[in-house]
Design a protein around this ligand. Structure first.
Ligand code: S3P
Length: 433
């Protein structure tokens, strides 16, 4: 894709549905009794992989409109042994959350994914799920996919996770629905809490105590109706673009603003940004609002600790904001970025240097010296959707054209990113060749 700096972003955008919440609604709808209706569902490759895996085990999932899904669930104990290997493509959320469900099934299943997912660590879920009783095999002692899972009647555990990961927490909570007794997960810092909120919203009892969450084994899940808010992580690219491109004024409608996801807003505020939150309301247990963003000058900041899990997916685009801010920005405690779709710290250093950014890697973060103009360049997404979209924002703010190779990977989370970008900024995104 070629990206050209064609001027300010003006107007309004509605973002696609939240990816994390869509995965959870598809999984819980497939385990429910009766017909579940989901509006605002994200129709992206990652969510389709979750749906396809569940269809392979007996759920019926129908697409009614652009963003509507109707699911005829199998009931909590009604999934059937899949005949095929369950290939979840690039989706870490599908693999980890489904592992939690599969660990509890009285059958054998195999989960695999693309070349990127097969290199991502799974011991973080296989270890606790094994201690609940499941038999899970995989490469490197169960750390790398494919994972072969022989489920069983699980026992509840009290698990203290060494990492703040919503995927780990959710895998164990989903397994906990099938276990005897109370399952507890404690994390070192709060990760996104969509699973907990959805359990609550659909009537599955769940208790929280500080950084611990408790769930009891369930008898059944009733079918439900849910509306999914716009994806804050998709909004993030437009928020940063509107802040850094002079003359911009943009309203993003119906965006999820769950505080476990909006660390980016706090980070940008600490750089001097003013972002208005308007029409705040709650939809299906999740806070939603319109965000109003105007271009502003930013200064460097420091990012560490509990902020990191609250903006774990936004660090690539945050780094672009930091490159355009005056002064130095440091990011620490973000080693998790090395095991995302790709090593995002390494990818950011390599790719932002092509724009002329002064950026240095740290074992668990980055140091960026911002404030110099970016120069358009040829860069590469590394096959990572969020890298591709962050590089597009850099291209919009750079002098001259930028080309991004392997740009179609945006289909994991935001399939029409390039057409939406070109619609709001005509001439901004042109397919090459
Ligand atoms: C997700 C959790 C996050 C995030 C991922 C989606 C989820 O991963 O990076 O894109 O839906 O639970 P971790 O919880 O492993 O940090």
């Amino acid at each position: 894709m070629r990206v050209d700096p064609v001027g300010p972003l003006k107007g309004e955008l509605i973002l696609p549905g939240d990816k994390s919440i869509t995965h959870r609604a598809i999984i819980l709808g497939s385990l429910a009794d009766g017909v579940t209706e989901i509006t605002g569902a994200l129709q992206s490759d990652d969510c389709r992989h979750t749906a396809k895996a569940l269809v392979g085990m007996g759920a019926t999932i129908e697409k009614l409109g652009d963003d509507q899904l109707q699911i005829r669930g199998c009931g909590l104990h009604g999934l059937k042994e899949p005949v095929e290997v369950l290939d979840v493509g690039n989706s870490g959320t599908s693999m980890r959350l489904l592992s939690g469900v599969l660990a509890a099934q009285p059958f054998f299943s195999v989960l695999t994914g693309d070349q990127y997912l097969r290199a991502r660590p799974m011991a973080r879920v296989t270890k606790p799920l094994r201690s609940m009783g499941a038999t899970i095999l995989g490469r490197d002692g169960g750390n790398f996919p494919p994972l072969a899972i022989m489920g069983t009647h699980l026992k509840a555990i009290d698990y203290v996770s060494p990492i703040a990961s919503a995927q780990v927490k959710s895998a164990i909570l989903l397994a906990g629905l099938f276990a005897e007794g109370e399952t507890t997960v404690t994390e070192p810092a709060l990760s996104r809490d969509h699973t907990e909120r959805m359990f609550e919203a659909i009537g599955i009892p769940i208790h929280r105590n500080g950084l611990s969450v408790m769930v009891d084994g369930a008898k059944k899940i009733p079918a439900f109706q849910t509306a999914i808010p716009g994806d804050f992580s998709a909004a993030a690219f437009f928020i940063v673009a509107a802040l850094v491109i002079p003359g911009s004024e943009l309203t993003l409608r119906e965006v999820g603003i769950n505080p476990t996801r909006t660390g980016l807003l706090d980070a940008l505020r600490s750089m001097g940004a003013v972002i208005e939150i308007r029409r705040e309301r709650t939809i299906s247990g999740e806070p939603v609002a319109d965000l109003y963003v105007k271009s502003q000058s930013l200064h460097g900041t420091e990012l560490a600790g509990a902020m990191i899990p609250r903006m774990i997916d936004e660090i690539p685009v945050f780094a672009v904001a930091a490159a355009l801010a005056t002064g130095t920005t440091t990011i620490r405690n973000a080693a998790e970025l090395r095991v995302k779709e790709v090593d995002r710290l390494a990818a950011l250093v390599t790719e932002l240097r092509r724009f002329g950014v002064q950026i240095e890697p740290r074992p668990d973060g980055l140091a960026l010296h911002g404030g110099s103009a970016l120069s358009g360049c040829h860069c590469d997404s590394w096959g990572d959707h969020r890298m591709a979209m962050a590089l597009a924002v850099a291209g919009l703010a750079a002098k001259g054209s930028t080309t991004i190779s392997d740009s179609s990977c945006v289909s994991s989370s935001f399939p029409d990113f390039w057409t939406r970008l070109d619609a709001i900024l005509p001439g901004a995104a042109t397919p090459c060749g």
